[in-house]
Design a protein around this ligand. Structure first.
Ligand code: MEV
Length: 318
């Protein structure tokens, strides 16, 4: 008899403005990234838990090296439900590139929690989901602000401030966004610790840079609500300069930013933790976005996605 398969999924995210500063209580703006998705499947099997994913395939009890956040999360949930690590397999399928600032770790945690609660037939409250995803995110990021968890759980654009009630952010902006993958893994944990180190070593400059990023996000919200993509582009460029000063950019990111600006983009910056990962490029219209996307691919981007910024998810990949 074919055994039941239980499944759950979660989508990725893009931070438009405010990464890193959000860790220090400044606002950030994030939007869902629905064309990149993680799906997690559970199937009953005889014997101990087995894992199948592109990062690790094998017994669950040996997954701590390659898949530690999932390992820790599953263990936590098993303990909570007083269950032994037996009787099912977990399969992870993902179209969210790993460590590219697209929220893959939060999405993986969210989908894993959802599928386990379904499997054990326990109601999952938004609070519990948030708590468990944040537990996993703190392992991955070190000192997570909670923005990645919030966006992958809510799947709506957010104006996010750490430890404050969530504010959905409905916008309609004339413009297109390109997300381009540098092809290099980012490292959010390292990037977050670099910023912390900067602030520890140069508190005055460090805090000023963080506050300036916060001010740019406040302005960005205003110009988005006024449907002014040109001004948003300028603010994105200013944010990129500050992120460079904080030490979380790199040559590949800056190359893609420069290619964007050389080809009439309104603005461009890194998104997420940085030190690799993805660049976002704001374009006035679809024709510009297609042309710039092509230039980005010719100049080292491993992949691009285009999104019409009208609050509806419609990314196209190339
Ligand atoms: C990572 O997507 C965003 C950071 O600001 C870290 C965090 O907020 O947890 C770099």
């Amino acid at each position: 008899m074919k055994k039941n398969i239980i499944k759950a999924s979660a989508i990725g995210k893009i931070i438009l403005m405010g990464e890193h500063a959000v860790v220090y209580g400044e606002p950030a703006i994030a939007i869902p990234f629905a064309s990149a998705k993680i799906r997690v499947f559970i199937q009953e099997i005889d014997g101990p838990i087995m894992i199948k994913s592109h990062l690790y395939k094998g017994p669950f009890d040996q997954a701590f090296e390659n898949l530690y956040p999932v390992f820790a999360l599953v263990n936590k949930i098993l303990k909570k439900f007083n269950k032994d690590p037996f009787g099912f397999s977990i399969e992870i399928k993902s179209t969210i590139p790993v460590e590219r600032g697209m929220g893959s770790s939060a999405a993986l945690a969210a989908a894993t929690v959802k599928v386990l609660y379904k499997y054990f037939k326990v109601d999952l409250t938004p609070n519990t989901l948030n708590h468990l995803v944040n537990f996993s995110e703190n392992i991955v990021h070190g000192n997570a602000s909670g923005i990645d968890s919030a966006i992958v759980i809510n799947e709506k654009p957010l104006y996010f401030i750490k430890n404050q009630p969530l504010k959905h952010f409905n916008y309609k902006l004339d413009g297109y966004l390109i997300v381009s993958d540098t092809g290099e893994k980012g490292n959010t944990k390292l990037a977050v610790s670099k910023v912390k180190e900067y602030i520890n070593q140069q508190p005055e400059t460090g805090i000023t840079l963080i506050k300036d990023l916060g001010k740019l996000t406040v302005k960005a919200k205003k110009v988005i609500l006024k449907n002014n993509p040109e001004k948003l582009g300028i603010l994105m460029n200013q944010a990129q300069i500050i992120l460079e000063k904080l030490g979380v950019s790199n040559n590949k990111i800056e190359k893609l930013v420069q290619v964007s600006l050389d080809h009439r983009a309104l603005g461009a910056k890194l998104t997420g933790g940085g030190l690799g990962g993805c660049v976002i490029t704001l374009c006035a219209n679809k024709a510009d976005a297609q042309k710039i996307s092509q230039k980005l691919l010719e100049n080292g981007a491993s992949k691009t996605w285009l999104m019409k910024l009208n609050n509806k998810e419609n990314f196209n990949e190339s």
